[in-house]
Structures are given as C-alpha cells and as structure tokens.
Ligand binder design. Sequence first.
Ligand code: HAM
Length: 392
Amino acid sequence: MAERLQVPKGTFDVLGEDALARDALLATARQLFERAGYERIETPTFEFTELFARGVGRSTDIVQKEMYSFEDGGGRSLTLRPEGTAPVCRAYLEHGMHKRPQPVKLWYASSFFRAEAPQHGRFRQFWQIGAEAIGAQGIRLRLGSLGTPASRAAYRDELQAYLRTHEGELSAEVRERIDLNPLRAFDADHPGTRKVMAQAPLLMDRLDPEDAEHFAAVRALLDAAGVPYELDPTLVRGLDYYTRTVFEFTSDALGAQSGVGGGGRYDGLIEQLGGPATPGCGWAAGIERMLLASPAPPVAPPVVDLYVAAAGEQHRVPAFKLTDDARRAGLAARLELAGRSIKGVFKQADRIGARYVAVLGDDGVALKDLQSGEQQTVELDTVMHHIRGVRL
Ligand code: HAM
C-alpha cells in the first residue's frame, strides 16, 4: 500500500467547526473594517525576496531565518510572504494609490508563511487579519515608541556599547547579534541576559523632543478614548520598518506565544521601496491566536430547512428534484447521499439540525417536522406547499 501522506509540520487543515469559527471571526472583522472605511486588498502569496529583505529588514529573524524562499525558472529569488505590510506598501506604489485622496485605508485576511519552530499558537502557515492606513499623519496596547531612525541609530550605538561591557553575562545568541540587532536582546529568555537588560538604557528615554511629543499625543488620544494600555519601553517588534509608535496586543491565555496582534507606524517603508516619503500605520492579528485566546464562540451550525431521502432506488430522481426545487425556492436543502436506512436518515437529520425531513417512498412522502415532532404522509408535489413557511 502506498504511504499515507500528512500535512507538513506547522500546517493544518481547517475543517468543520473550526471553519465555522473562522468564518464568524472574519464576518465580524469585515464589518468592523468596513465601518471604519477600510477597503479589502489581497496581494500575491509570493513576492520578490528583495521586497521583504528591504521592507522587513535584513537583520530581522524573519528575513534571516524564517522565510520560505525559492528560485523561479528565471533565477529570480521569490519568497512566500511572511507578513502583509511590505506587500501592501508595494501595491500602494505599484498602483499609484498615492494619487488617491489620502489616507488610503486597506484591510486583508490572508495566509502567511514563517519557518518557525511549530508549537501551540505558532504555525508555519497561519492567517492574519490586518489593516493599513497609508498617507495620513493621524494617530490613531503594550505601547511603546521607537523614535525616528536618527534617534534610534544613536540609541543603538549606546546600547551596543552597554552590551559590550557586559558581554560575559549574555547568551551566545545575543552576543553574536550585538552588531546586527542589539534591540532583540530585550526579547531574550536567558536569565543572565535578562539581568543585564533590566539595567540597560531605554530608547524611550532617548526620544528626541518631536518624537516624545508625538508619543504624548498618541497617549492623549488613547486616554481620551478610554483605551487602557501599558507602557512598555522594551517592546521590540520583529520587523525593522517601524518608526515611532509600536504596539502589541497580548493574551495570557496563549502561553509562550502571547502576541495576539501588533503593529505600529512605518513612516520610512514606502520610501525604502522606491516611493516618496509617505507615512503609514497599521496592525495585524493572527486568526489562530485570536481563536485560541477567545472563549469558544457560539458557533451556529448552518441552517438546514429540509433533508430529503429516497426509500428505494426508484425514488432517487424525484428526491433529487425535490432538493433542487427547495434550493431554488431559497431553502437550505440537503439530499441524503450515503444510502442510510430510514432510521439512519432520522438520526442524521437530528445531527445536522434539520427542520423537516422528507422520505420519498411508495406511499408518498413521509414528511416530518422535527420541531413539533408531527409527521404526515403527503403527495410529492405538495411538499413545498407544506414547508413554505419554514423561513418566516
Ligand atoms: P507580527 O507581530 O509579526 O506583525 O504578526 C502579527 C500577528 O500575527 C502576531 O501577533 C500573531 O498573532 C500572528 N503570527 C505571527 N507569526 C505567527 C505564527 N508563526 N503562527 C501563528 N500566528 C502568527 C506583522 O506581521 C506586521 N505586518 C503587522 C503590521 C501591520 N504592522 C503594521 N502594519
């Protein structure tokens, strides 16, 4: 027998109730995005690798270790998208959206790919909803600020110098990345490193006056809207394009993978991709993690108005037609397809929550209303008449 194949590690099939829960989440998200004036955008599943190298940042874990990259026939390097912000900014430029009234507000619900070690809440293909508002200075919850690239560069030098004076106490991984990405040291689990980082200089204390003022304005807006947040001066996001405001929504329900969603401002990204200086701000949240962090939503099973079965081969064609008629009349109808016994038909009707069952037999149609328990035998061409009110 041929070997039975399974999905690759860190990927999964979405079935049954999980699919319903996702649909419910997406329907809510769509409604919220539309109310806030966001338009849907979908970008390709793969892009030129250069987009992420430039957009997300060459020194990030994502670009260094987590991308699924491959060469196409022409020898160009392509990458399965690890995130959505760089592609949306690429599309903004490619379609001349800077000529539209600003800001351009876009939302997406897409799958993304990161070659991370799979664990609870961490997958290699996962889904995000995300929203990007590009072209507006407007401000819109661990909350932090990374300042502008200039203040960050000065701070980076200071942090590197600090880390070097404590090299012996740091983990090997952090030590190796002092040059490339010193800010990631704030994320380390290693006890020695954590101790060093507890005393480290903080970027939030080094913001220049304009950045500090901007951050104060963001906080004032959140306060005015009554949105609670915690200031986190060590909030480090795994993407290099952020400027000024960064934030992350976390949940204790998730264990180690506590980040449910996050985002921030990326005022330099469009320029980095070859466009004019354009401010931008957005966020994304993982669909799997939102579902894991929520109490199980009441998943309404799909409504089945009529379940049709044939008691005998000679009734299959009229049963098919009755199902079709019911659907054309706007009802949710299902045809029994597994050759169940009459008992099995009623069991299945119960399982799928059908309102009516129609069993076509030699003496006519046994029509049962599963809500009232009433059963009667009716003529085939009157079934639709009997159940007409079901949707009212
Ligand atoms: P991110 O924080 O890398 O940001 O990802 C956002 C969310 O995607 C995370 O909070 C998490 O819920 C989910 N996520 C990330 N990686 C995985 C994974 N391996 N498995 C399951 N879920 C995962 C971004 O991607 C930015 N593009 C957000 C943004 C939009 N910033 C500005 N605009």
